[in-house]
Write a protein that binds this ligand. Structure first.
Ligand code: BGC
Length: 732
């Protein structure tokens, strides 16, 4: 080799080495995330930083094109990936490649009492989000079910903070295993839709900590969620989306949340507060479609030009901006800058199977006199299926959780494929207008003729299956508005009564995300609480009705007899829906079954209730010791036996109550649960380990969690009222 060629080679090698070593730190995947964030930040101009923290379209932010930081794309959640929405209006974009798997609503997931399914759910819906090129899925929602009229209860996980906490953690972990962020919403106290954008919530510190925050805390501390959405409403006079106490002190301080706080769409109200009180990203302000949009809308956001101006003038510190940008960059590095994340998949058979399993495990058998269910194939020649919910699409409507489902098997289709078309006779019975966010559209059919036809059918049917409930229509389980009454809409109560006059062999299947009154309950032998079950709705329902699947769902909320039996509603308008300005949470910590138990007001169907086609025998509840220190775990065990003739699963629930508390405490509170599958005749030992510190209450004076030295009773049961055994221990 001649000398010149050798020198040229050396020069080239040197150049390659320089090029390799000059890879910017932020693109070097061997560097830590924090180093990479610091490096990007040091390269950004003030304007580029501000551009990162507000919308550039309805569901995206701009990133930093000069440095190759990608746009960040978000989509609703939480039950599937919403159809594509237009660039800057709420209209559907009209794409043809955005049909998804509709998973069951989160009430159904909660009703499974099965955290493993929550992980599968999260992983699958995250895969769909990833395939659709979304970096953030705007869910799950964990606002506590406070009143049965809340239009969005179907999107949440019920009334119990422990149940919601156990279910939300794996959901988040599943979503985020795809390199897609989950977004925990709506932080906090968004427990009603009435006046949601203005209402000011007044609630005690204790109820806040014991009831309304635990699921958020678990999602942050255990689930390690990457994004949290601020709520629309106010709390103690301040908007939640820039709330110093909620966001700075609790979320980012106590819980050490290192992700992004995003507004709900249009929940920012002030530049200074947004800058200083914990908000990191502003979405949805003033881009409300044709009415308010202007070409510069995104630059006019509180966290856009107005913020830039105040930063330049020194009115607001640069450190406030840097902290937000760092958080957004951390989110990018976790999602759209992670080159190793998987590619996802959409509407696969695997996802349909997961959706079906969740639906099957979530359906709750409320009442089943004389073994009405299961209905074996061939038993009846003429099965009347009555009610609009047997055929109506329930994946549409309801607000931001609407979906364009690739398929949606209706209950009618599910039943036809099980019992054969010739044995199923359908009549609509009642009707309602098409799903529209606002306003309510009238039905086109004549209510009287529908009713007469249904009654005529019921008269000579062997059996009647009534499919009713709510339907995500405006004011019937829908975002932005609460229901206005506890009863079933569209004349369903009257229809059920009239059917009963001509045929007593009637079961009611309620599809809803909320409790409804059941004035006909004594005359109906069997009632099923079903949910918005999504793509596999009819398959799951059909299989439960026929007994191919043994129901194992448990109610994630209490169903009161009357609306006034609900804690919040018992105090009149100031407690719900509020006096126009404030809503006072007068029932305090006594939410749901805590209220029914403590006030001795029996629910029609209690929290945790759900029947099975088999029968479970509960053995004696034992503890490993009788006296525990406060840092110990209480180990409980019992033997559970399936005494029936078919396999099935039981969710064993453990509640705890304190004997002589120095403050008011609920009679009992859920502290553990386990879903146990047993073959006929099989027994299993079921054990639970409950840290004694979980027996604490939040002390408002010391602002600490306190476990008192006292006697505590553990209640083991099949629901919050069906208690099979108790055992007491002392905590010293
Ligand atoms: C809802 C959020 C949703 C957002 C974006 C808001 O109206 O409250 O839950 O994620 O819109 O669609």
């Amino acid at each position: 080799m001649n000398k010149f060629f050798f020198l040229l080679m050396m020069h080239c090698c040197a150049c390659i080495m320089v090029a390799q070593t000059s890879l910017p730190v932020y693109l070097d995947e061997t560097e830590s995330i924090e180093e990479r964030i610091g490096d990007i930040l040091s390269r950004m101009t003030l304007e580029e930083k501000v551009d990162m923290i507000h919308a550039q379209s309805k569901f995206s932010t701009k990133g930093c094109p000069r440095l190759g930081i990608p746009e960040l794309w978000m989509s609703d959640g939480p039950h599937g990936v919403r159809m594509e929405i237009a660039w800057d209006s709420w209209k559907h974009a009209g794409w043809t490649n955005d049909s998804c798997t509709a998973f069951p609503a989160l009430t159904c997931l909660a009703a499974t009492f099965n955290p493993e399914l929550a992980w599968k759910y999260g992983k699958a819906v995250g895969e769909e989000a990833r395939f659709r090129k979304k970096d953030v899925l705007l869910g799950p929602g964990v606002n506590i079910y406070r009143v049965p009229l809340n239009g969005r209860n179907f999107e949440y996980m019920g009334e119990d903070p422990y149940l919601a906490s156990r279910m939300v953690v794996p959901y988040i972990q599943g979503v985020q295993s795809n390199g897609v962020a989950a977004c925990l919403k709506h932080f906090a106290l968004n427990n009603q839709e009435s006046n949601r954008k203005q209402v000011n919530v007044e609630v005690s510190d204790r109820a806040l900590r014991e009831i309304y925050l635990p699921a958020f805390k678990a999602g942050v501390e255990e689930g390690k969620v990457w994004m949290v959405m601020g709520a629309y409403n106010k709390f103690r006079g301040k908007f939640c989306s820039h709330h110093e106490f909620l966001l700075q002190k609790i979320l980012k301080g106590e819980w050490q949340f290192d992700g992004v706080v995003v507004t709900d769409w249009g929940s920012a109200h002030d530049t200074r507060e947004a800058a200083l009180y914990g908000l990191d990203m502003e979405m949805g302000t003033g881009t409300d479609g044709l009415t308010k949009n202007t070409p510069l809308a995104y630059q006019d956001y509180y966290l856009a030009k107005p913020y830039l101006k105040m930063l330049r003038s020194g009115e607001l510190p640069l450190s406030s901006l840097d902290d937000k940008v760092k958080r957004v960059l951390r989110l990018c590095l976790r999602t759209n800058m992670d080159r190793r994340r998987p590619y996802g998949s959409l509407a696969t058979q695997e996802h349909a199977d997961i959706a079906c399993q969740i639906a099957e495990e979530g359906i709750v058998l409320l009442k089943n006199d004389n073994h009405f269910f299961p209905i074996k194939r061939g038993k009846y020649k003429k099965i009347a299926v009555i009610g609009q919910n047997a055929v109506r699409s329930l994946t549409v409507g309801g607000g931001s959780s609407e979906l364009k489902a690739k398929k949606e098997i209706s209950p009618l289709e599910g039943l036809m494929s099980i019992y054969g078309k010739k044995n199923i006779y359908f009549s609509m019975g009642y009707t309602s207008g098409p799903s529209k966010f606002h306003p309510q559209l009238p039905a086109v059919d004549k209510a009287d003729s529908l009713r007469y036809a249904a009654i005529a059918l019921a008269k000579d049917a062997d059996i009647v299956l009534f499919f009713g409930g709510l339907n995500k229509n405006y004011k019937q389980d829908c975002e932005g508005v609460d229901r206005t009454s506890y009863g079933l809409p569209y004349g369903q109560d009257q229809l059920i009564r009239e059917i009963l006059k001509v045929n007593k062999n009637v079961a009611v299947v309620l599809i809803s995300g909320n409790a409804v009154s059941m004035p006909w309950i004594d005359d109906i032998p069997a009632v099923v609480q079903s949910w918005y079950l999504g793509s596999e709705s009819g398959n799951a329902m059909g299989r439960v009705i026929a007994g191919d699947v043994n129901p194992s769902g448990k109610l994630p909320f209490s169903i009161p007899v009357r609306l006034e039996d609900n804690g919040a509603c018992s105090f009149g308008a100031s407690s719900y829906p509020g006096d126009g300005t404030n809503v006072y949470y007068k029932e305090d910590i006594l939410v749901g079954y805590r209220w029914h138990d403590t006030q001795k007001i029996p629910a029609l169907f209690p929290f945790g209730h759900g029947l099975s086609y088999t029968e479970f025998a509960y053995g004696e509840l034992k503890t490993d010791k009788k006296i525990y220190d406060k840092d110990e775990n209480i180990v409980l065990s019992l033997k559970l036996t399936n005494r029936g003739k078919c396999g099935g699963a039981e969710s064993v629930q453990i509640y705890a109550g304190q004997s002589h508390p120095s403050v008011l405490r609920p009679i009992k509170e859920l502290k553990a649960f386990k879903k146990v599958f047993l073959l006929p005749g099989e027994s299993k030992n079921v054990t639970f380990s409950i840290p004694a510190k979980e027996l604490a209450f939040y002390d408002e004076i010391s602002k600490m969690w306190i476990v008192e030295s006292d006697c505590f009773t553990f209640f083991c049961g099949a629901s919050s009222t069906d208690i099979h055994d108790t055992v007491s221990v002392n905590i010293r």
